[in-house]
Design a protein around this ligand. Structure first.
Ligand SMILES: Nc1nc2c(ncn2[C@@H]2O[C@H](COP(=O)(O)OP(=O)(O)OP(=O)(O)O)[C@@H](O)[C@H]2O)c(=O)[nH]1
Ligand SMILES: [Mg+2]
Length: 265
């Protein structure tokens, strides 16, 4: 895969560059029918010095019943492979996917979790600190759609619901007829609205909509991370000198003095 040196000298493969907001699956399937990046975010990225160029990364957790196709979906996107044989995930696993979004390096840390009940306690310790919650169900097994609500509730217990983007994904699209898919999608989009999630149908086997889906996830997570950074920089005015951000919280002499008092050793 051709790699290119992003502005930060980070190797980003050519097909991981996002310069405009990826579209949603269908207008009905998206709560925030967003088709453009936020203008402030675009401006901040254009004025490169205004952006803290530290490593930007968002944590994604992939949840759902066993066998619905979570690992296959991640492997199709990250490694472009599909394995017919089922190997249940034990505990958790994660992949780091590098992007360049509006010229800024951005990583998604994608946590794959086990759907089997007996591994749930291990997996749930990894829900914390997620900016994106993806819950998957099998388009050919409506019971797995019912169970997505519980998966999302479990994950939201460990995170600030306001700070999380939620996606509901119908997998194995290749295994259902168009009519069955449309019928299940109608139910799924209703479900998605209840927990403010954006809906997608995908197939890890054929690759249908897999890249579109993860690009949308990355773009919305990037924008959310930039917006909170811009908010923070509004609250604590920063001096933009040679591109470094200096936090003016408390003055350093006072802080140093405090620290020496508390020095434990
Ligand atoms: N036809 C078809 N089969 C799929 C698709 N995605 C996954 N599968 C098959 O479904 C089975 C389960 O897939 P996995 O990705 O291992 O499921 P999982 O959700 O990770 O399962 P756990 O790790 O046990 O939670 C495997 O045999 C896959 O080959 C798909 O898009 N189409
Ligand atoms: Mg798995």
């Amino acid at each position: 895969m051709a790699t290119m040196l992003g502005q930060q000298g980070l190797h980003v493969t050519k097909d991981r560059v996002i310069s405009k907001m990826p579209q949603c699956y269908t207008p009905e399937s998206s709560i925030q029918y967003k088709s453009q990046f936020n203008q402030q975010v675009k401006n901040a990225c254009k004025q490169r010095h205004a952006v803290d160029l530290g490593l930007k990364m968002s944590k994604v957790v992939m949840l759902g019943d066993l066998y619905v196709g979570k690992t296959s979906l991640i492997n199709r996107f990250c490694k472009n492979v599909f394995d017919r044989d089922y190997k249940a995930t034990i505990g958790v696993d994660f992949e780091i996917e590098k992007f360049e979004i509006l010229g800024i390096p951005f990583n998604l840390q994608i946590w794959d979790t086990a759907g089997q009940e007996k591994f749930k306690c291990i997996a749930s310790t990894y829900y914390r600190g997620a900016q994106v919650i993806i819950t998957a169900f099998d388009l050919g097994d409506i019971q797995t759609l019912e169970n997505t609500k519980r998966w999302v509730q479990d994950a939201l217990r460990e995170n600030d619901p306001e700070a999380c983007s939620i996606f509901l994904v119908g997998t194995k699209k290749d295994t259902v007829t168009l009519a069955e898919c449309e019928r299940t999608e109608r139910d799924a989009i209703q479900f998605a609205r209840e927990f403010k999630a954006e809906y997608w149908s995908v197939s890890a086997k054929t690759g249908e909509h897999v890249k579109d889906f993860f690009f949308r996830v990355a773009a919305l997570a990037f924008e959310q991370s930039m917006m909170s950074q811009l908010e923070r920089s509004k609250d604590s005015p920063t001096q933009i000198g040679n591109g470094t951000l200096i936090n003016l919280e408390g003055n350093s002499a006072e802080k140093k003095e405090n620290e020496s008092q508390h020095a434990c050793c």
